[in-house]
Design a protein around this ligand. Sequence first.
Ligand code: PLP
Length: 482
Amino acid sequence: MDKSVNPDPWERIAQHLGVDLYLDLQPDPAGSTRGRGARRRHSLASALREAISDGRLGPGTLLPPYRSLAADVGLARGTVAAVYQELIAEGWLVARQGSGTRVADTPRPGVSAPTRSVRQTPTTDHDFGLGQPNPSLFPRADWIAATRRALTDAPDRTFGPGDPQGSERLRNSLAGYLARARGVRTDPAHIVLTTSVLRALELLSRNVFGDVLAVESHGLPFHRAAVERGGTATMPVPVDGDGAAVDRLSDEASAVLLTPSHQYPTGVPLSPSRRARVIEWAGDHDALVVEDDYDGELRYDREPVGALQALNPDVVIYTGSVSKSISPAVRIAWLVLPPRLVEVVRATKGLREPDASIIDQLVLAELIDSGAYDRHIRRSRQYYRRRRDVLTDAFAHAGVTIPGIAAGLHAVIPLPSRDEDTVFDAALRRRFALAKMSQFRHPDTSIDDSSPSGLVVGFGTPPASSYQADVRALVSLVTERV
Ligand SMILES: Cc1ncc(COP(=O)(O)O)c(C=O)c1O
């Protein structure tokens, strides 16, 4: 329907009513000598000034007409009109014939600009921060089109309380997608959707992992913290050039968390013999393997490493999310469970509702089913492959070889002849955002000369306009003589 030809009458009315205001109308202090009308007028004026100065009512915000605000706050229309006039005279508001009363664009002289309470992201000159894809790649047009289609087709029951396992439609789409793209063997009934891998780990730590979860000696500290919050202790397994040394798993552990396709953060895949070995260990010890496949789709060479889960879906819990493939702002992740664990995970999660938006889950299902998700992944792969090549070529010219497979959104820069802490401190002074390997180390890890080390950089993050210059600055940082 063309809205300009036949506008929705409710839309016109809503526009006319202006914003919906929450105003905290405080009673006038006890003992005030003002009359009742004056008191109410005073508290409305104060509430509006406060809402403007703390940023809740931003510059240009259209205020409701006198009539509707008067009805909302239980005051006479004339009182509201008088308050608006007072605030116009003071410079807080402006009124233009035919366009209502708005918050002034520029702060009043002598009044500080409204401050928002959100924390500003610290600024850096070279942003090699970890953990996110380049925000300019977010598939805005596809997301908008998929939202329109998903909502148009959704039956009314979609908008009631949802299945605690998450949208059946997305579970169907994911079961097909993960089988096709990652070799995962599953069924929609064995998938549980959550908001993130972190939440999924926290959930499993409450009832599934048992007392001790073995983790890679180097991994995300906040994932370990989430597991420990859920009541499971963590114990490190050393990581080397073949991934986690699973032949050194302790009998105490009842599960192990691995990043087999691309060890985080060292970047190496788990070797084929260790893949087989860990599945055997789980079978022999009645234990579980948790496979965090956080960037499995972002491989840039010709030999994709398939999911470990396919080797034995009865002992492997597979988890992943769209945090790397689309954006961490979306908040959708999945657990592919051995069938015997579905009930316990459902019960632990809470039987009433899912914890992620069903609407967003439908949009993701639509993206997958329409092929837009695959196109987005292919586009992203090309984009990041080029970035990865620029980085490795620049370092190769300076005589530094970047190890690890060509995958994901981060790389480890070795520092053979320099101390990690010294280079990291210099990086901070020069306003780089990046990490050092020791930040990922489990506190119980014993360290020797063969322990992983180096700087860990997210090469997806810098803006396209400065990427080459950022890489040059990074090469100088790492290779300069001190
Ligand atoms: C090792 C690892 N696992 C999982 C994830 C996905 O995290 P989440 O789904 O909690 O955002 C990331 C993303 O940054 C990661 O680096």
